[in-house]
Design a protein around this ligand. Structure first.
Ligand SMILES: *Cc1c(COP(=O)(O)O)cnc(C)c1O
Length: 242
């Protein structure tokens, strides 16, 4: 096999991007009147080769997000993951659950009871407990996965009955918006829902993590209470899908 030679210039710019965004996340948290330690930066590493990811991990990044089960399993052995938390953030099909349970620290994209049941079943079999977030489709877009906010509480109560699966919070991807105010409104809706659910006591359901904000809108998300921002292209550059 031909050896993949990484581009030194790209490694350098990736590291610069990571450091700049890390600093910006902290500054934005302070601006929002929050403790910068409460907002984590996730590096979204989908489609990126290990040779560009490892320098960022070696520089202190401690949370990565991958979209596809196959891609993650294929490259995880090449990644410097000793001190790194791994989250699955892409849509998960029930037939892939078997392969991913036990391989990641969190599945952020649970959006149906069918998927939750499969995760529960597989977790019991493997003797692990799987932490998940419920993905909310805040803009009710047909093109996106995620549950509608009206059905959220119902789903949480159903999941709370299942063994070996714990809900830790919510994840969302808002619609593409024309301006900051518009996108902030979507984030605010989910934040309010997060607060409302937190106030209730549901077995195996805690509202600790609010995962929202990506390259284009992470600042707005931090202003509206996000504690994990998922940043891909602003760190690694535009993605090339093949
Ligand atoms: C790809 C992806 C991201 C990162 O998107 P960027 O715009 O590149 O920052 C965040 N969250 C999810 C669920 C994604 O699929």
């Amino acid at each position: 096999m031909e050896k993949f030679i990484p581009d030194e210039g790209r490694i350098k710019s990736t590291l610069n991007n990571y450091r700049r965004i890390k600093a910006d996340v902290e500054e934005t948290a302070v601006k929002a009147g929050r403790d910068p330690k409460d907002v984590r930066l996730m590096c979204v590493t989908k489609t990126v080769e290990a040779q560009y990811i490892n320098p960022v991990l070696d520089d202190g990044a401690n949370l990565i997000g991958e979209n596809r089960v196959q891609e993650f399993l294929g490259k995880k052995d090449d990644l410097h993951l000793d001190k790194v938390e791994k989250h699955l953030i892409g849509h998960l099909q029930t037939n892939k659950v078997k392969q991913i349970v036990g391989e990641v620290d969190m599945i952020e994209s649970v959006d149906s009871i069918k998927l939750a049941k499969e995760i529960s079943k597989e977790s019991v079999k493997k003797g692990v407990c799987t932490n998940v977030l419920v993905e909310v489709n805040v803009g009710k877009e047909e093109s996106k996965s995620g549950i509608y906010i009206e059905q959220l509480e119902d789903l949480l109560f159903q999941i709370s009955e299942l063994p070996s699966i714990c809900v830790k919070g919510l994840m969302t991807i808002p619609p593409i918006c024309d301006n900051d105010a518009q996108v902030r409104k979507f984030f605010a809706i989910i934040h309010q829902s997060f607060i409302d659910i937190k106030a209730k006591t549901i077995d195996n359901v805690s509202m600790d993590i609010l995962s929202m904000g990506m390259s284009a809108d992470y600042e707005q998300a931090i202003m509206e209470g996000s504690n994990i921002v998922r940043v891909g292209s602003a760190i690694f550059g535009a993605r090339k899908y093949c």
